[in-house]
Design a protein around this ligand. Structure first.
Ligand SMILES: [Zn+2]
Length: 243
């Protein structure tokens, strides 16, 4: 689509929906407010060569039957993450991670670690160092989105630009989580720290907006968080085992 056509369409939208014209709502170009690769130095055990090797070997049909998975609940401790509608991102992500790990352990032949299992502050370096030290086959970071206004809502997942295995992981997780949302913002790329400096395929999920009352009301229930956790796990299963 040409820029002229986009401008024409945007102009038309502004005429008909002035309330929405001032800001992006559910576009696929917004990037979630997570820590970028430029925000801290790489961890000491980051190995770009290993990352490239794992890109080629850790995908569907590979040789490892029982993968090592690292789940990363975003934020924690003094880092609340996003706050809104009475909820803290750090608490939601920890609960979803705990449930994801429990589901995987109960249903799949995998070894699962979490970067944190309680409300502790954890650096970006510590998160990625942990995954690298465990020799994880893949890494999934769990977050909740936010925006400065209450309108944006829905689902997105991320992978590092150029990572084919990361794309597969992010897409398979997205395809399961889709059932929980009506606004589907897409599978996106971003140079997030935890995606770049993990030595294995990695994805980061943004399951709804804490700043949106409808998303937040759902995220506030254990039923919905369990549903997300199950879908995360099932998406990982499709990524690794192919079904
Ligand atoms: Zn976050």
């Amino acid at each position: 689509m040409t820029k002229t056509l986009v401008a024409t369409l945007v102009g038309a939208a502004m005429l008909t929906t002035p309330a929405l014209a001032a800001k992006p709502t559910g576009t696929t170009t917004d990037i979630a407010p997570e820590a970028m690769a430029t925000e801290a130095p790489a961890p000491a055990n980051y190995d770009a060569n290993l990352k490239a090797l794992n890109e080629k070997t850790n995908s569907i049909g590979i040789e490892v039957a029982n993968p090592i998975i690292v789940i990363d609940p975003g934020h924690g401790g003094t880092d609340s993450g996003a706050v809104g509608n009475g909820l803290y991102e750090k608490n939601l992500t920890l609960d979803i991670a705990n449930r994801t790990t429990a589901y995987i352990r109960a249903n799949y032949p995998a070894t699962v670690y979490q970067t944190r299992t309680s409300d502790v502050t954890m650096s970006l370096d510590a998160r990625t160092s942990f995954a690298n030290s465990k020799g994880a086959n893949f890494f999934v970071s769990q977050h909740i989105n936010s925006y400065s206004t209450s309108t944006p809502n829905g689902l997105e997942t991320y992978y590092y630009p150029g990572s084919t295995s990361g794309s597969s992981l992010a897409t398979n997780i997205y395809n399961k989580l889709k059932a929980s949302y009506t606004t589907l913002r897409g599978v996106k790329t971003a140079e997030f720290y935890v995606l770049k400096y993990t030595n294995m395929p990695a994805s980061l999920g943004e399951t709804g907006f804490i700043s949106n009352p409808t998303d937040a009301s759902k995220l506030g229930t254990t039923t919905f968080r369990q549903q997300l956790a199950t879908q995360y796990a099932q998406g990982m299963h499709v990524y690794w085992w192919g079904y």
